[in-house]
Design a protein around this ligand. Structure first.
Ligand code: HQG
Length: 182
């Protein structure tokens, strides 16, 4: 499948598996899973035919591993980024001392006041690396890298979850744990 088509299908899958399953008449289970058969037939009915092989290619090649297939290959879900209510059962984990969050230059004044909030998503997304993280910030303006004292947060009782694709999730980051660039 052409890269452009892959990206278009991947965006569509993000929308139905994270935000609006009802637009193609599907319902996700409480952990966000849907059977691959049900998904593919609903997509076909809504003018988005996709073969199982192409779906598997999208899962395999998604740059951020946005989707996961169940071990038996019968079900699929988004790994993170949901706005609908799902219980992802990602593993609670002890974070490294420092994690990073990429944001854009216009946001730090509000973030200094409120900390990092999950906005439309379920969690605040943090990362142990800086390169991709800066690119995440660049989606919304001039990128700014925030340094999060995750070890201190954890010792203060904040829970962290680690997704299979190494995204660290937490409910919020209070301002006192955030380092801003000079
Ligand atoms: C900012 C995408 C003002 C926050 C990306 C961010 C990532 C605040 C934006 C993944 C704030 C929310 C996650 C506050 C947070 N005041 N602004 N108090 N608290 N913000 O997209 O972390 O393509 O919901 O800094 O590439 O940018 O979906 O989160 O700029 O990996 O797979 O509010 O989503 O991946 O934006 O991105 P988002 P994010 P996918």
């Amino acid at each position: 499948m052409a890269p452009k088509q892959l990206v278009s299908h991947s965006k569509f899958l993000s929308r139905v598996l994270r935000h609006q399953p009802e637009t193609i008449g599907i319902t996700l289970d409480p952990a966000g899973w849907i059977s691959v058969d049900a998904l593919l037939s609903a997509m076909a009915e809504h003018g988005r035919p996709l073969s199982r092989a192409d779906l598997e290619e999208i899962v395999r090649t998604s740059d951020k591993q946005r989707f996961a297939l169940s071990p038996d290959g019968q079900r699929i879900r988004a790994n993170q980024g949901h706005s609908i209510e799902v219980e992802l059962d990602h593993a609670p984990a002890v974070p490294p001392e420092l994690l990073y969050h990429g944001t854009a230059a216009q946001f730090p004044p509000a973030i200094r006041e409120q900390g990092l909030c999950r906005m439309e998503r379920h969690h605040v997304h943090l990362s142990a690396e800086t390169e991709v993280t800066l690119r995440v910030g660049a989606r919304r303006g001039r990128p700014i890298l925030l340094t999060i004292r995750a070890g201190d947060m954890h010792r203060a009782g904040h829970a962290f979850l680690l997704t299979p694709n190494e995204v660290w999730l937490t409910d919020r980051v209070p301002p006192e744990f955030i380092g801003f660039p000079q």
